[in-house]
Design a protein around this ligand. Structure first.
Ligand SMILES: [Zn+2]
Length: 122
């Protein structure tokens, strides 16, 4: 166990880590100062968005990565949801629907759905 320093408030926290850098990162993540919590939520949001619409989207074999400018737009909307400025945002992109919804008093959930519809017209 070594002392890590929270990036935001400078509080020292004892964590299990091999390097000082790792210790600081862990301390920042577990620190309960407001800024740290907020940053942790942003980090989590980024990971989730990357899995659903970003560079990891293709790994599940269902979705594709959206255009960079679209990603930024959805990320900004997700931030508004996370900050409770709006309750929900929905995007239709690449034949899929991305919905970001505020969860109770903290956090947000992101869903991406793809409806497979076969339609013939004559
Ligand atoms: Zn802190």
């Amino acid at each position: 166990m070594i002392n890590g320093v929270c990036n935001f408030c400078g509080q020292l926290l004892l964590v299990e880590a091999d390097t000082q850098k790792d210790a600081d990162w862990k301390a920042t993540n577990i620190c309960d100062c407001g800024q740290s919590k907020h940053q942790t939520e942003i980090n989590k949001l980024e990971i989730k968005l990357n899995n659903l619409i970003g560079k990891n989207a293709e790994s599940n074999g269902i979705f594709t990565e959206v255009e960079k400018n679209v990603y930024k737009y959805i990320f900004d909307a997700a931030m508004l949801v996370l900050n409770k400025d709006i309750e929900q945002a929905q995007f239709k992109v690449d034949g899929t629907t991305v919905t970001i919804t505020a969860k109770g008093d903290k956090g947000a959930s992101i869903n991406r759905t793809k409806k497979t519809t076969c339609k013939e017209e004559f």
